[in-house]
Design a binder for this molecule. Structure first.
Ligand code: PEP
Ligand code: MN
Length: 342
């Protein structure tokens, strides 16, 4: 159910409607838009009795939402959400006219490795640094990440270079720590339907980057995001990272058509990860160009100064210099679309 408030409704009127909703044992989510505020109602298993709400001051109408997702839907918020990521060097904006770049190694391996990559990335203008301290690996015998020690290394990168840190949480325990050390919590493809983790991310105070599961439909992807918003964290960015198909020439099939499909249904920004999406270094640049051309709100790219010795995903990691030319190219494509990279 969605309550649409009048454009001139006061904050007190919005608050009163929210309180009435809560008094019915339901949860109210006031989502301000540029023209008006909409209030999403969750927690109702059946139809809510609208009578009481429709007659309240400041309310225009009550609309039943038939789609399974509500808060992520454009019905609740017509315009694009712009997510603000506070970093030591100022806010990074994602969505609307703003395209964000995230770059760094697949995994945090050593302090020296991260500082070297970070140093080389600094001059490219990228402001968000990625690197996994917790690695969800297919084999239990593969490098699992440095855990807390990795988070501490990332916080040195943050302090020394001013990057915002994007890093993955694989369970509720690691999420507690990621929330303390990082600026964005990444939920990986393998955890897209880990509902307890999604709910915990929904209670976090920092933005979340939610990757699409490798066999997730669009509805499943949006419903996973809905879990996070329904707990009160509206700062969610989606990320397409390739899905499993019969195509056998790349690690995954990067589903770029999902970008306009998401934009049609949801106000949330969507980034594209051409590294996991292809699994091959030579495909990262062309697919990055295509992603920005198709309307992606950002790119997540694996970059390593020595890919041949990387502990994970070396074959899809590009060099810092290659990333610098990638940024130059996608900047030109973004300009055609009247968008800027920050
Ligand atoms: C990653 O970005 O480090 C990662 C593990 O990606 P995904 O969850 O998309 O496989
Ligand atoms: Mn990786």
């Amino acid at each position: 159910m969605l309550i649409v408030m009048q454009s001139h409704a006061s904050e007190a009127q919005v608050r009163a409607v929210c309180q009435r909703i809560e008094s019915l044992g339901l949860k109210a989510h006031a989502i301000p838009g540029s023209g008006r505020t909409a209030i999403g109602i969750t927690g109702n298993s059946g139809a809510v009795d609208l009578g009481v709400l429709e007659s309240m001051a400041g309310v225009i109408e009550c609309i039943p939402v038939t789609k399974p997702y509500k808060l992520v839907s454009r019905d609740v918020k017509e315009e694009d959400s712009v997510i603000k990521i506070p970093t030591p060097s100022g806010d990074v904006l994602v969505g609307g006219t703003h395209i964000a770049m995230v770059a760094g190694p697949c995994a945090v391996e050593t302090e020296e490795q991260c500082l070297t990559v970070a140093q080389r990335l600094k001059s490219t203008g990228v402001r968000l640094f990625r690197g996994g301290a917790y690695k969800p690996r297919t084999s239990p015998y593969s490098f699992q990440g440095l855990g807390l020690e990795g988070l501490k290394i990332l916080s040195h990168v943050r302090k020394q270079f001013g990057f915002g840190i994007v890093t993955e949480a694989i369970d509720n325990e690691s999420l507690d720590l990621v929330e303390q050390y990082a600026d964005v919590i990444q939920i990986g493809a393998r955890n897209m339907q880990n509902f307890s983790l999604l709910k915990r991310a929904g209670r976090a105070k920092i933005p979340v980057l939610l990757k699409r599961g490798m066999s997730a439909t669009l509805d499943e992807f949006l419903m996973a995001a809905e879990y996070i918003l329904s707990e009160g964290n509206y700062n969610v960015m989606l990320c397409e990272r390739g899905v499993r198909t019969f195509s056998d020439f790349s690690r995954n099939t990067l589903d770029l058509a999902v970008v306009p499909a998401v934009k049609k249904r949801s106000h949330l920004p969507i980034l594209v990860d051409p590294s996991h999406g292809t699994g091959k270094r030579h495909k990262v640049l062309p697919l990055s160009r295509a992603a920005v051309a198709v309307g992606a709100d950002g790119l997540l790219v694996e970059v390593h100064h020595s890919p041949e010795t990387a502990l994970s995903d070396g074959i899809q990691s590009i060099l810092p210099d290659e990333f610098a030319s990638l940024v130059g190219e996608v900047q030109q494509i973004a300009a055609v679309l009247h968008r800027t990279i920050n």
